[in-house]
Design a binder for this molecule. Structure first.
Ligand code: ASP
Ligand code: CP
Length: 311
């Protein structure tokens, strides 16, 4: 593996296999009474979050703690960034304290890459603007692999606000590496500019018609409508979005009971996903959260354990 985890494109098939093998071992730790391994004793991991998070930040913190690393959380709000300190000064300050890894989420696409060029510590991208969220894609693929076996040749359908989704961007890259057949579905207004070229380069299909694609899905991943990143109207009304692109009760019936449903969270219940779908027996939403800890333990372990850092 590389020193940093900035993009799902950084990961080879072998990297993913190694990460998943370790994640499966780490997953068992979750069910132990004493959830502690000594692997990262003496290492320090900083969670530096300039955007809100429930799952990613807490699971990285738990992952670090269960591996015996010292984990410290710094939020943009409440840090000296709110006094006008630049990102460079903030991370140089943190790096000067001698940390081993910085897990960072930032509103600017490319922020994690930029930081990796400034400091020596390993940088893990926990979401940079609308660009990427590689550990989310890893935990999604890990969860789906556990349910479906191999993803090779499986048809994975991603639906939603693709324009603003870093989960979409990391997922199509990783799913392509793992040999899945991928179709992404969105209304024309939420289909990213330039997707025609990118979809050919990466190898995925695009569609505006969810009802045509759904019957052929082996797994469905619903993505959140990201209102906080929208400056104008991307669809006339919430109701119209749901009618066209929501995983409604009717579409759940079309899907049948065996097709797994994923959502990275947080969910807009009633908008992109009906409660019946979110809470269905085939919903993997909470399995994704649980896998998130194991996968992040695996990532931290492979980047930080061993001689002088990344293994
Ligand atoms: N939590 C994910 C992210 O931060 C997905 C989302 O917010 O919709 O990208
Ligand atoms: N899926 C995800 O990244 O969730 P948070 O934004 O809550 O971390």
């Amino acid at each position: 593996m590389k020193k940093h985890l900035l993009s799902a494109a950084d990961l080879t098939v072998d990297d993913v296999a190694t990460l998943f093998t370790t994640a499966a071992e780490m997953h068992d730790v979750q069910h132990r009474e004493v959830k502690k391994l000594p692997a990262l004793r003496g290492r320090t991991v900083i969670n530096l979050f300039f955007e809100d998070s429930t799952r990613t930040r807490s699971s990285f913190e738990i992952a670090g703690k269960w591996l015996s690393a010292d984990t410290i959380n710094i939020a943009g709000k409440g840090s000296s960034a709110s006094k006008g300190e630049s990102l460079r000064d903030t991370v140089m300050t943190i790096a000067s304290m001698g940390v081993d890894a910085v897990v960072m989420r930032h509103g600017a696409s490319g922020a994690a890459l930029q930081v990796s060029q400034w400091i020596d510590a390993a940088v893990i991208n926990a979401g940079d603007g609308t660009h990427e969220h590689p550990t989310q894609a890893l935990l999604d693929a890990y969860t789906l692999t556990r349910r479906l076996g191999t993803l090779e040749g499986r048809h994975v359908v991603l639906v939603g606000d693709l324009t603003h989704s870093r989960v979409f961007r990391s997922n199509v890259l990783l799913l392509a590496t793992l040999g899945a057949r991928v179709t992404v579905v969105a209304p024309p207004t939420l289909m990213p500019a330039g997707v025609e070229t990118w979809s050919k380069d990466v190898g995925f299909a695009t569609s505006y018609d969810l009802d045509e694609v759904l019957p052929t899905a082996d797994a469905v991943m619903m993505l959140r409508v990201q209102r906080e990143r929208m400056s104008g109207g991307y669809f006339p009304t919430s109701r119209e979005y749901t009618v066209g692109y929501g995983l409604t009760r009717d579409r759940l019936a079309v899907l049948g009971p065996d097709v797994p449903i994923c959502h990275p969270g947080p969910m807009n219940r009633g908008l992109e996903i009906a409660a019946d779908a979110a809470d269905a027996a085939q919903s993997l939403v909470l399995d994704q959260v649980s896998a998130g800890v194991a996968v992040r333990m695996s990532v931290l372990y492979h980047l930080l354990a061993g001689e002088g850092g990344h293994a």
